[in-house]
Design a protein around this ligand. Structure first.
Ligand SMILES: [Zn+2]
Length: 502
């Protein structure tokens, strides 16, 4: 007898429909799985047999061939177990084919017949259109986020068989509503002093401009970076769905909710290229960069990251996505992030201060070489962060709160949207000419800076975009003048690190 059960697999962050075709026929008894299964998928053979027997169902004492189509797609993981088991029961005559019509099971089977949740349930369910999906209880809430059809959940194989054959209703577990831990919001008002760095943070959030902060340990670089998240607006619906798919594919539980808050990922400098960019395993899991999609990627101690890892960032930063090619297929993962990086001005952190800095000239030169020009060029904003002085720490002047600054940021983002982009960092070519024209004072300033050779053509575009954001934050919508351009140039200063190289 023959059975065909729809299910799906995930590669990268996308689900792909898979047809599980099964044939039970005469010949030597046994189970063969074909159609490019990987090792974990081939092991389904043992799990499925044990689960069917443990559920007191009949295992056909004949030859069973399972074909996973399309055969060009590598089948990774154990999520097809449940579909294979249902197919065997249909082909073996235990279940009437009509009872499972339109049903798409997704789940791993335990040896005792338990149905277990699988990673990537959001893209998996998404790939199945309006079919009725059957998943493990722990996957049900996440599955409902994207399901176009009905979502059923079971705790074991027996429950599924009883439900489809009408012997028992579908289980409906009374899930206690998931309580998400309330996030302690870090407020910008806690940061003492640092007027330039605070401004840079606001501009980064408002315009989507990448920011590099250079300063000695204890200057508050990390404190500032951690407060960026509170300044960014909630994700729009399209980005929220993309982020949700990514986090599901990465194996995280979503507690049944779309990801609305911009994520913040802060990988350590010992991270590998694969862990940052994604790929690696056969299923090509998304890396930290994709998991920061829609939010912030914070690289602390930027100069400590291996050069190969930083080089791998360049292309995705430019395109906002990651492409990984394998011989048989290509995976495309969204990775649109705001990059915030922090570094010491020199290996010891004292930046050549006489009597304090213990770095040799050779060590300083080596340190600077670690950051390639093309990567530094990606940062529209480059600011020195100094240790706050006693007056800053003891004085009672408190800076603006996160709520105040976030309101200005939201307003600036709204203005950018009216220009047809998400933020000013996306303004290119004619758009930039159109939306950020210069007045005569602005033109004069840029001409003199360009003549001095301190600004490249690419740098010029970046300065104009940042000046547009500064003007938006100030509520100025006319041509850009020298005031905003001068501040944009100041926010893109050559850092202490780079200056002392000269
Ligand atoms: Zn030093």
């Amino acid at each position: 007898m023959f059975a065909r059960i729809p299910s799906s697999i995930v590669l990268g962050v996308d689900g792909h429909p898979v047809s599980v075709d099964e044939h039970v026929h005469g010949g030597l008894r046994g189970l063969t799985i074909v159609g490019l299964p990987d090792a974990s998928c081939r092991e389904a053979r043992d799990r499925v047999r044990a689960a069917i027997l443990a559920s007191e169902l009949t295992w056909p004492i004949r030859r069973i061939t399972v074909n996973l189509a399309p055969s060009l797609l590598r089948k990774v993981g154990s999520g097809l177990d449940l579909a294979i088991a249902v197919g065997i029961l249909v082909a073996g005559g235990v279940l009437d084919p009509a009872t499972v019509d339109g049903l798409a099971p997704i789940g791993e089977l335990g040896l005792d017949g338990t149905v277990r949740p699988v990673p990537g349930i959001v893209p998996l369910v998404d790939a199945l259109g309006d079919r009725t999906v059957v998943v493990a209880h722990d996957n049900a809430n996440d599955a409902r986020l994207v399901a176009a059809g009905t979502v059923r959940s079971v705790s074991n194989l027996r429950e599924l068989v009883d439900a489809v054959s009408g012997r028992a209703p579908w289980p409906c577990p009374s899930h206690a509503p998931t309580v998400l831990p309330t996030e302690t919001r870090l407020d910008l008002a806690d940061v003492r002093g640092q007027p330039l760095a605070r401004r840079a943070l606001e501009v980064a959030a408002a315009g989507g401009h990448h920011l590099l902060m250079s300063g000695p340990p204890g200057s508050g670089r990390t404190m500032l970076a951690n407060r960026l998240r509170g300044l960014l607006p909630e994700l729009d619906r399209v980005t929220a769905i993309e982020a949700t798919r990514i986090h599901s594919a990465a194996g995280e539980s979503l507690a049944g909710g779309l990801i609305r808050q911009p994520p913040l990922r802060a990988p350590h400098h010992t991270i590998t290229t694969v862990a940052l960019i994604g790929g690696g395993t056969a299923s090509l899991r998304p890396g930290e960069l994709s998991r920061a999609h829609g939010g912030t990627l914070f690289l602390d101690e930027l100069a400590e990251f291996p050069v190969t890892v930083l080089d791998a960032l360049r292309q995705p930063l430019e395109e906002g996505r990651i492409r990984i090619s394998r011989s048989r297929f290509q995976v495309d993962m969204p990775a649109r992030v705001l990059l915030i990086a922090a570094m010491n001005p020199c290996p010891c952190g004292e930046a050549g201060r006489p009597g304090r800095c213990s770095c040799t000239q050779a060590a300083l030169a080596r340190y600077r070489r670690r950051l390639s020009g093309p990567l530094l060029d990606r940062f529209d904003l480059r600011v020195d962060v100094l240790r706050p002085d006693a007056e800053d720490l003891l004085g009672d002047s408190v800076g603006e709160s996160t709520a105040t600054v976030a309101a200005r940021v939201a307003n600036a983002r709204q203005i950018a949207e009216e220009r047809g982009v998400r933020c000013n960092a996306e303004l290119v070519g004619a758009q930039l000419e159109h939306w950020a024209p210069l007045d005569s004072s602005g033109r004069g300033l840029l001409e003199s800076v360009l003549r001095s050779g301190r600004l490249s053509a690419r740098g010029l575009m970046r300065v104009r975009r940042v000046a547009r954001t500064l003007a938006d934050l100030d509520g100025h919508d006319g041509p850009i003048g020298s005031g905003h351009l001068a501040l944009a140039l100041q926010l893109r200063s050559d850092l202490v690190t780079m200056r002392s190289a000269a």
